[in-house]
Design a protein around this ligand. Structure first.
Ligand code: HXC
Length: 514
């Protein structure tokens, strides 16, 4: 056969595989408002940058008449491409082929691209659309998942791992995403659950829809499994591209530097925080008043909104922002917000991203619900994450910094490199009302006019402790600054920290309160 004919043969073979699960299955996919696996990859990568591997891989299963089935590419596409010129490894499960279910060869394709990503030290993006372990392949499917989970763990903290949930992902198909750094979901399309409605009906006799069980909103607002929520697949891919622009390729490098830009004039830092400590405000506006071009890319916006996390840039370099949100529950730390912050701090630390922390919180959330939900264990994660982090840590205390909240939110004692406080800062063991009621209880109760005495004692306490100067006098706060000076000082602190190095005791790894 001449070269021309061989090339024609190759084209024919390719065309055959590119049909995926066939026209009917593709129509069904489109009817659900879903792109095909290949369309997704092409939308996500830079034009003409994607190169596919293992196109001709076929399954090897023989039981349950599987030997009679042709599963093109075994239901998954793998390859490499670029996003904003940055190389990435990708896999996308093809639901049109056996529901994207994971058999032995399907798993081998995924682990091949995972190994490649780790070896080449480039980000891995997994587009998940799968019914989970392929039932007909039995333990081979389970083995496949085990191999994926192991690699997810091995790669954790070395290369960024991004998961996109674009279909009903069940069983093993959700545990791999749970081990990765960022999970993207799309309204109405994404579903994540360990056991589906069918199993729930059989075992528990309960009827529940996939949406209520594990839809995009459930995981964005209630469970916190998802980090980014969007209304369409295209919007989701734009979010992924933006995330990729903020993060480094691997743990040995830094994120790409962008041209520095001043914050936009509409965010006037002195006008955002009200003087009255009881009045709320949106802390994201403070971040926008500090960050380059007022651009703040928020993560897990819809979950545990009492803390805000996300990326911005300072002088063109990526920065992780962690900030209490006085708009929600007065910005307290609780079980979920502690988990949210701690994981993000560890991400920034693993990938050499300096952290700016903005503090305004009355402490940890009191109450039996929180205590029984394990606020001690979860809250300790924040202490652990900040203490462990060796990236540059800059803290700005805006208003309240009470009790455990003061210590936890990147205080000097957990080795913040720079701690600034605004003149409105109140650094104390607890709020003036609570404190006065406890330490002056006898005086208040025995006074002729207890209410008057209480007010007087609250005032006394406020004057003595509810300010930044006691902490500044001990050097716990480096500088009491005007809000307008914040960006300038932070930029200086970041520049100064470029070569920061810390000596730590040798250990295999710590034991954080997971
Ligand atoms: C084999 C599967 C499959 C699976 C779907 N299919 N899931 N084949 N193994 N796990 C096949 C279907 O038979 C069907 O094939 C095609 O994919 C499309 O599926 P439908 O059911 O028609 O689609 P839909 O109605 O959209 O429902 C999607 C679904 C449902 C919700 C995902 O298929 C489902 O519930 N599947 C099982 C989910 C599950 O329980 N997985 C857990 C596996 S155990 P045809 O030929 O008819 O087109 C597991 C353990 C790992 O994952 C644990 C690790 C910790």
């Amino acid at each position: 056969m001449g070269l021309k004919r061989k090339i024609l043969e190759l084209h024919k073979k390719r065309e055959e595989v590119l049909k995926g699960g066939g026209d009917k299955a593709i129509e069904k996919q489109a009817a659900m408002g879903k792109m095909t696996a290949r369309e997704r990859i092409i939308s996500l990568c830079d034009p003409d940058s994607f190169h596919e591997y293992d196109l001709f891989v076929e399954h090897e299963a023989r039981d349950f008449d599987m030997d009679k089935k042709i599963l093109h590419g075994d239901g998954v596409i793998i390859g490499t491409g670029t996003i904003y010129g940055k190389p990435v490894c990708i896999f996308a499960q093809d639901f049109t082929v056996a529901g994207g279910s994971l058999g032995l060869m399907h798993a081998r394709k995924i682990t091949k691209i995972m190994d490649h990503a780790l070896k080449m030290k480039v980000p891995l993006i997994g587009i998940n659309d799968s019914g989970g372990a392929r039932i007909q392949e039995g333990v081979n499917s389970l083995a496949g998942y085990g191999e994926i989970f192991f690699r997810n763990t091995l790669s954790s903290g070395v290369i960024p791992q991004i998961s996109v949930i674009l279909g009903p992902c069940a069983g093993g198909a959700v545990y791999s995403p749970a081990l990765t750094d960022f999970v993207f979901v799309v309204d109405k399309i994404s579903k994540m659950f360990i056991t589906g409605p069918e199993v729930i009906r059989t075992v528990l006799g309960e009827e529940i829809s996939m949406e209520d069980l594990g839809g995009a909103r459930v995981h964005s607002e209630i469970t916190g499994n998802a980090h980014f929520f969007s209304k369409s697949e295209i919007e989701c891919f734009d979010q992924i591209k933006k995330l990729v622009s903020f993060i480094p390729r691997n743990n040995m490098g830094k994120a790409k530097k962008f041209a520095p830009k001043e914050p936009r004039p509409e965010y006037r830092i002195s006008d955002i925080v009200p003087g009255d400590p009881k009045q709320p405000y949106d802390v994201r506006d403070v971040i926008r008043a500090i960050a380059d071009d007022s651009d703040f890319f928020e993560i897990q916006e819809l979950w545990a909104a009492n803390i805000v996390i996300g990326f911005g840039r300072m002088n063109g370099d990526t920065i992780g922002f962690v900030a209490n949100q006085p708009l929600v529950l007065a910005g307290v730390l609780d079980v979920d917000s502690s988990d949210k912050a701690a994981r993000f701090i560890r991400y920034c630390n693993a990938f050499n991203i300096p952290i700016i922390t903005l503090v305004d919180l009355p402490g940890y959330l009191p109450g039996i619900d929180q205590e029984h939900a394990g606020v001690i264990r979860h809250g300790a994660k924040v202490l652990y994450a900040y203490s462990e982090a060796t990236v540059p840590k800059m803290t700005v205390i805006l208003r309240k910094a009470y009790g455990g909240g003061y210590i936890a939110m990147s205080s000097r004692h957990l080795r913040a490199d720079f701690v600034f406080a605004w003149p409105t800062a109140e650094i104390a063991v607890m709020g003036p009302e609570g404190a006065a009621n406890i330490i002056f209880r006898k005086e208040i109760m025995s006074a002729e006019d207890p209410e008057k005495m209480r007010k007087q004692k609250v005032k006394e306490y406020k004057e003595k402790f509810a300010n930044p100067y006691v902490a500044a006098a001990r050097g716990y706060v480096d500088s009491v600054i005007e809000p307008e000076e914040t960006r300038k000082l932070l930029l200086h602190a970041i520049e100064l920290s470029v070569n920061k190095s810390v000596f730590l005791p040798q250990k295999k790894h710590g034991i954080p309160p997971f």
